[in-house]
Ligand binder design. Structure first.
Ligand code: AMP
Ligand code: MG
Length: 410
């Protein structure tokens, strides 16, 4: 690997070292946000029988084909079919059956006339408009055939999928196990929530709390390990716990500082380091390695913005892939640049925090002023990363740019 690993190469290395976790069976209500491990197939044709799409009258097309407002067709009403009916009437020429949405089409009928185009008088139905043969009838199997795959393996299940799974009579769903992800902030200067500030050089740690919620949001199970000091023997003890988890994430201690021990200590706990620096901005110091049987170690930078960017670009797809998902990347959109963007050093690919919004026919994107990696405001005020590719030192107003929405951006 070159000293600065290009993002594509890094992603390739990460994704190639992953195999999906085992399958497990969960009850229908627990499958939301999980990744389906076995195709869900339909138990029957859907609909299972020809049925009415409207409240109206089941009739024979030949009887009503010339009906009009001026010359209504008179039919004999012979009965009623409601949804779930056990009636079995036979519709002959000149007859009609009153029918409700979802009720089976009675034998002999081939068309349904909606109630608003009819009139009922003295047991006779008057049809005031012609309809095509088969109108307002939902046909057996027109949506789904028996045995058809209704949700493919690898899909992250949403609420509509839950509805579909229920509709094919499945109460138990086979999904991939969720990765167990440990999170640890490192740094002598870090203060835990509520801890009293004793020196002005201490800073309140945000990374491990932000990561906890990012991991949870990505669909994995976060395990909070808190803060470890920059003290090799203590740090080593904490890192030894990595074997209990599928993924271990640390923040801080992977740069060039003398107290940046994580990069050395990981080797002692059996991590095979694959890369250590990325050709991106922010988040250059990112260490990645594998250990145990397909487990992943991510040493993310301490600066909060770098930590967030590294998570979104690398850890997020890794979690999705380990969960067995087919779609592992955040989506990208094209947007028109508002204002401009200039930079001196164009060697790295930059993920500038920006505001993205939709106006009329396209997305617009405006980079935020505060772009430094310690400024968490850019993650809070922004909702997307604007990608500035290697070699590009200036972008002008109106240029089309690629943008990756982050967080809850629609
Ligand atoms: P490091 O990567 O350890 O050199 O840290 C880089 C910068 O990020 C320093 O200014 C640290 O104080 C800051 N930092 C490190 N860890 C955290 C954390 N958990 N929360 C917020 N800032 C941090
Ligand atoms: Mg540090």
């Amino acid at each position: 690997m070159p000293e600065l690993t290009p993002l594509e190469d890094a992603l390739k290395v990460v994704l190639e070292s992953i195999k999906p976790l085992n399958k497990e069976r969960v009850f229908l209500y627990e499958c939301l946000g999980r990744v389906l491990a076995t195709d869900v197939v339909s138990d029957t044709d859907k609909p299972l029988f020809d049925n009415s799409a409207m409240d109206g009258y089941a009739v024979i097309y030949e009887d009503i084909k010339d009906a009009s407002e001026d010359k209504p067709i008179e039919l004999q009403l012979i009965g009623e079919y409601s949804a779930g009916t056990s009636e079995s009437l036979k519709v002959g020429r000149g007859m009609a059956v009153k029918i409700f949405t979802g009720a089976p089409i009675p034998e002999g009928a081939d068309t349904v006339v909606p109630v608003e185009y009819t009139e009922l008088r003295n047991g006779k139905v008057y049809i005031k408009r012609a309809f095509n043969k088969g109108a307002n009838i939902r046909l057996r199997g027109e949506d789904i055939k028996e045995g058809e795959i209704v949700i493919p393996r690898g899909r992250e299940l949403n609420s509509y999928d839950v509805g579909m799974i229920a509709s094919v009579n499945r109460a138990i769903v086979e999904v991939y196990r969720k990765p167990d992800v440990a999170i640890l902030s490192t740094g002598d200067e870090l203060l835990e929530l509520g801890e009293i500030q004793q020196r002005s050089s201490q800073i309140r740690s945000s990374n491990h709390h932000m990561l906890y919620s990012l991991v949870k949001r990505a669909g994995a199970t976060p395990h909070q390990l808190g803060i470890a000091p920059d003290e090799p023997s203590m740090l080593l003890e904490t890192l030894k716990a990595c074997h209990n988890y599928d993924i271990f994430i640390t923040t801080g201690g992977v740069s060039m500082g003398e107290k940046d021990y994580v990069q050395y200590l990981v080797k002692e706990v059996g991590v095979d380091v694959k890369f250590h620096k990325l050709r991106i901005k922010p988040a250059k110091p990112v260490l990645f390695g594998t250990y145990g049987d397909g487990k992943l170690f991510f040493g993310l930078p301490g600066n909060p913005v770098s930590c967030a960017v590294a998570f979104d670009l690398l850890v997020y797809p890794a979690i999705k892939s380990m969960m067995g998902a087919k779609e592992v990347f955040k989506r990208k959109v094209k947007a028109k640049l508002v204002g401009g963007f200039k930079r001196r050093d164009a060697k790295r690919r930059e993920f500038a925090r920006a505001r993205l919004w939709f106006e009329e026919n396209y997305y617009l994107c405006e980079p935020l002023k505060k772009q430094q990696s310690h400024m968490l405001t850019s993650m809070v005020e922004g909702n997307a990363y604007m990608i500035v590719y290697e070699g590009v030192s200036e972008l002008r107003e109106g240029n089309w740019v690629e943008v990756v929405p982050f967080g809850d951006c629609p």
